[in-house]
Design a protein. Structure first.
Length: 464
């Protein structure tokens, strides 16, 4: 009997111990931190807060998370190719979404992808700015001596400046947009603030950033690219211009000009340059600090959003011929030979009548015929009412009969067609690539004239 009782006690003890081990093992297994993720506690340090702030700056340009190319820091898809200043360029089949953006077909084809990328980029920036502010507050609460008051103010100032910038980018694209703060818990915000209310919130963030960043004229730690109070002041003037507060903007800019750290370069080429010695010069107010050969295998940190904007194939860059300047832009910079003033001012009726001279150009992917200035002829692609007028205007340029003077829907470049080409598809003529081995192009650098004709097959040549 005793033996039986002892056996039952031993068995019960063993089962209880085994159950404890199993329970303990299961608990430990479930509590194991996930691999390959950044634990929140690891960020509760000064270094963690600074890292979060750098990640906020990172969203100034495209990232692998949101893709390309609507996220470009320069806004070339929305600010330039939709205006008179530039054409999309490249070929019709390359990035058709950009073509639709250029033609204002916002909901057609791949155009929404560009808009989605822009939205994702700016609001990811807002998320990171707010995360930095929350993390800063958590560290200051949990570890009071971890970050000094002066550094904490500077971090908060930079984060608020960036939050203002990203909201500004969203506002000038879409008008009514939601405004997010670090204290928000429900992110399902309606965009019902009103167009006028959003810039007021942007200005409020900028004003707070100005106070927090203090009077220093140099960026924190001497690191170029960080926002200062003068960066925020200059940005404030920019927002005031957008809201038509011209008197306020003038006062802001006068303060920045008279008391800030900025000045004119001695030569204009110092502003737009690839030379490292001239970067972040005295005219630079705020610039995205790109990097290459930094261990990121695909080059996402190296101005990714601008990578299409090189000369076309056949150049040393090999790609891609996007974002091409227009004749309208060139005409706008022309000056009067007597007064030296812009012709756009002294000759408002004739400054924009000059067309491009015809020169055979290698590798553009379409005949580089003369362009009619402005958006009129390009917009006519979308309007049945305007199409006859645009065709007549192009006929005058080409010197052809009205019905044969057309333009390609695949390119902003007008295509002159002779009567024998009238049966060809205009897209076929417009897309015809130039052949560098074609003997008809031996006079490539000579005989440029103000008019051009297109040979059968799409090869352009100078007129006699």
């Amino acid at each position: 009997m005793k033996t039986s009782l002892r056996s039952r006690l031993v068995l019960g003890t063993a089962c209880f111990a085994l159950l404890g081990v199993i329970t303990y093992a299961c608990k430990n297994f479930l509590d194991t931190p996930a691999q390959g993720t950044l634990d929140q506690n690891a960020l509760l340090t000064h270094a963690g807060v600074e890292g979060s702030l750098i990640a906020t700056y990172r969203m100034l340009d495209c990232s692998e998370d949101v893709g390309s190319w609507g996220c470009a820091a320069s806004n070339w898809p929305f600010g330039d190719i939709t205006s008179d200043d530039a054409y999309k360029g490249s070929e019709a089949t390359d990035q058709p979404g950009a073509t639709q953006i250029e033609l204002y077909n916002w909901t057609t084809g791949q155009a929404p992808d560009y808009l989605d990328q822009k939205w994702s980029t700016v609001y990811e920036g807002v998320v990171r700015a707010n995360s930095t502010l929350r993390l800063l507050e958590q560290v200051r609460t949990a570890k009071p001596g971890e970050i000094s008051d002066a550094v904490a103010k500077a971090i908060a100032g930079e984060a608020l400046f960036l939050r203002a910038h990203y909201h500004f980018e969203a506002w000038r694209m879409w008008g009514n947009v939601p405004y997010y703060y670090e204290t928000d818990t429900d992110f399902r915000k309606p965009n019902d603030l009103g167009v006028d209310s959003v810039p007021k919130l942007i200005l409020k963030d900028l004003d707070s950033a100005i106070v927090l960043l203090g009077p220093s004229k140099t960026p924190r730690n001497g690191e170029a690219g960080r926002a200062t109070s003068w960066t925020a002041k200059a940005y404030r003037g920019r927002v005031q211009i957008y809201t038509k507060d011209f008197a306020g903007a003038l006062a802001t800019f006068n303060d920045v000009t008279a008391n800030g750290p900025y000045a004119l370069e001695t030569s204009f080429d110092h502003v737009w340059t690839g030379f490292q010695a001239l970067k972040n010069g005295k005219e630079t107010i705020f610039a995205f600090e790109a990097s290459s050969n930094d261990g990121e295998p695909s080059g996402w940190n190296a101005n990714w959003g601008e990578r299409l904007n090189f000369p076309h194939s056949g150049s040393p860059f090999g790609c891609c011929g996007f974002h091409q300047p227009s004749q309208n832009l060139l005409n706008f910079y022309a000056v009067d030979g007597v007064t030296g003033l812009p012709k756009a001012i002294v000759s408002p009726g004739t400054w924009n009548t000059r067309n491009a001279r015809q020169c055979p150009v290698q590798g553009l992917g379409f005949p580089y015929a003369g362009m009619d200035s402005g958006v009129g002829i390009r917009r006519a692609l979308q309007s049945q009412e305007e199409r006859p007028r645009a065709g007549q205007r192009l006929a005058e340029y080409c010197g052809l009969a009205g019905p044969t003077a057309e333009f390609s829907p695949h390119s902003p470049v007008p295509v002159c067609r002779s009567a024998v080409d009238a049966g060809r598809g205009i897209g076929q003529v417009g897309r015809q690539s130039r052949n560098r081995d074609d003997p008809r192009q031996s006079d490539q650098d000579a005989g440029c004239t103000d008019r051009a004709r297109v040979r059968r097959g799409g090869v352009s040549e100078p007129e006699d």
